[in-house]
Write a protein that binds this ligand. Structure first.
Ligand SMILES: [Fe+2]
Length: 204
């Protein structure tokens, strides 16, 4: 599997996931990196199958149509998303990129259309749900701290400690981490009841 984390402008991360043998690729959160993504896909001789958005915020979806126009591919987003997508997905859906399996985990809270993507059971792309050392804010339209609690504590933390975490922004002291490391070091993930978490998220 080819897996690349890309950050050229600002702090948004984009990702390329590909099966180099079958020459098929997916891009997650094109953001402001469409030119670099296009360069990599062409250099590696990869056909673009999916353009996936972890949620509808414009800093993640910017570049979707530029890339689709240049290289084709289906734009994919969660069923609750308002972005114009060719394919809408639900929790548990699996997208195949060559032989690489990308499982959709519905993680509302930062937005109502948030998804995380588990690649071959090993690499978790967390969008704005979980950052290295932080989590996504819940005070924007569609944000919901109770839902974020369930997404983090009910879903993501139940994945194995060895699962690697690749966030949507470079907000931490390193560009990626693991679930186990985040359990130990991320203050957001300290044990709390849902009510305590909601209060914690409302603090200035
Ligand atoms: Fe966001």
């Amino acid at each position: 599997m080819l897996f690349k984390q890309i950050k050229l402008y600002g702090d948004n991360f984009s990702y390329i996931i590909a099966d180099e043998t079958l020459h098929e690729a997916a891009v997650v959160d094109v953001s402001f990196n469409a030119d670099e993504i296009q360069r990599v896909l062409l250099a590696e001789g990869l056909k673009l199958k999916y353009i996936i958005s972890t949620h509808g915020h414009s800093d993640h979806t910017a570049g979707n149509y530029e890339l689709k126009t240049a290289l084709g591919g289906e734009i994919v987003a969660h069923a609750a998303s308002r972005i114009r997508a060719d394919q809408k997905v639900e929790d548990g859906d699996v997208l195949c990129v060559g032989a690489v399996k990308v499982r959709v985990i519905y993680t509302p809270g930062h937005t109502s259309d948030g998804i995380c993507l588990l690649v071959d059971g090993k690499k978790l792309l967390t969008g704005d749900t979980l950052f290295v050392g932080e989590c996504g804010r819940t005070d924007l339209p569609g944000g919901d701290s109770r839902k974020l609690y369930e997404s983090l504590f009910g879903k993501l933390l139940n994945l194995g400690d060895d699962v690697e975490v690749y966030p949507g922004h470079d907000y931490g002291d390193k560009p990626n981490s693991t679930i186990g490391d985040q359990k130990q070091t991320n203050y957001v993930l300290e044990p709390r009841s849902v009510d305590e978490f909601v209060e914690f998220m409302s603090l200035p």
